[in-house]
Ligand binder design. Structure first.
Ligand code: FES
Length: 158
């Protein structure tokens, strides 16, 4: 595994926090996904070896939680909330705008490799629905026009 020195340090610091090494599987997976963008089979095997468990135990965690990804994503990660408040306030139209602007499909990678658009569950900002995250930045009170503006901003930054 080609992990950054910061990620390796984070991993080494996480394991002793748990009474059993195997309990550190979640923080290790988060750290690796943050570093690599997704969790490959190689990553699952590496974590299993590190924690002294079987790769299938790691894979079962990866496949259970929707926030773990098994495929690479674009350089920019767009997550549009689809939970009730956002769904009722037009979250789907916002998502459709993002997909159209980047000429991509839900959960895919845009042809230029820049963007992945996904749905997300409640982003804890229901009062300003609909909302979306672009990487770690939250955008609120969206509509199709605002979504298109954000797309132009992302394209300009590419
Ligand atoms: S429903 Fe979208 S932020 Fe809560």
């Amino acid at each position: 595994m080609n992990l950054s020195s910061e990620t390796l340090a984070e991993i080494e610091a996480a394991i002793p926090k748990y009474p059993e090494a195997r309990s550190a599987v979640m923080p290790l997976l988060h750290a690796i996904q943050q570093d690599q963008g997704y969790l490959s089979n190689e990553a699952a095997e590496w974590v299993a070896k590190k924690l002294g468990i079987e790769p299938i135990n790691v894979l079962s965690v990866i496949t259970f939680y929707p926030f773990f990804r098994q495929q690479p994503i674009g350089k920019r990660h767009v997550r549009v909330c689809r939970t009730l408040s956002c769904a009722m306030a037009g979250g789907s139209k916002v998502c459709d705008t993002m997909l159209k602007e980047f000429d991509t499909e839900l959960n895919g990678v845009s042809p230029d490799g820049e963007v992945t658009v996904e749905f997300a569950e409640c982003l804890a900002s229901c009062g300003s629905a609909p909302v979306m995250l672009v990487d770690d930045e939250l955008y609120e009170n969206l509509d199709e026009a605002k979504a298109a503006e954000i797309c132009q901003k992302i394209k300009a930054e590419a």
